[in-house]
Design a protein around this ligand. Structure first.
Ligand code: MN3
Length: 199
């Protein structure tokens, strides 16, 4: 069964002014669509055609680079759109807030370390908040890898992931990745992140 581009759960302009409309149009309509198309091409007519996206991603190390890169791209972006929302931001609550405070000391300290993880990713990739052994931690992956992959340096369940490829921010922020990462806090849908945490 071929994969399809999921609809954004909000309008292209909904994340303004933090993420601009044109960036969202290109990022979702062109970049994410290309990962879906290229993934479908890579699995067409092979036994991988019948596997779930999660199965492909978890076994990325033993599959072709095209499946690893485009399967990862499809999974990561589908996840990313869902943990952003207009009129979001604020701070986590409940068990998730407790886990963040236990791991990092405070929410502010977590934000500082998460941003540093995103800024420190050389080239293209992602910065993540993951759940691992009942605790939360920050990790980062190159390209379209993610913490579910067997090839990930640090494996865990993704709770929050932010795309730090230039295509995610360059039109509005140019070389200023830290400014993009600062603006992201206005868009994080903590209810969705908490849902991932409690699973
Ligand atoms: Mn992207």
């Amino acid at each position: 069964m071929a994969f399809t581009l999921p609809a954004l759960p909000y309008a292209y302009e909904a994340l303004e002014p933090h993420i601009d409309t044109l960036t969202m149009q290109i990022h979702h309509g062109k970049h994410h669509q290309a990962y879906v198309t290229n993934l479908n091409n890579a699995i067409a007519g092979t036994p991988n055609e019948n596997k779930s996206l999660e199965e492909l991603v978890k076994n990325a190390g033993s599959l072709s680079p095209a499946i690893r890169n485009n399967g990862g791209g499809h999974w990561n972006h589908s996840f990313f759109w869902e943990i952003l929302a207009p009129n979001a931001g604020g701070a986590p609550t409940g068990e998730l807030a407790d886990a963040i405070n236990a791991a990092f000391g405070s929410f502010d300290e977590f934000k500082t370390k998460f941003a540093a993880g995103g800024v420190g990713r050389f080239g293209s990739g992602w910065v993540w908040l993951i759940k691992k052994d009942g605790k939360v931690e920050i990790s980062s992956t190159p390209n379209q890898d993610n913490p579910l992959m067997d090839v990930a340096e640090v494996k865990g369940t993704p709770l929050l992931g932010v795309d730090v490829w230039e295509h995610a921010y360059y039109l509005k922020y140019q070389n200023k990745r830290p400014d993009y990462l600062a603006a992201i806090w206005n868009l994080v849908n903590w209810a969705k992140v908490a849902e991932h945490y409690s699973k």
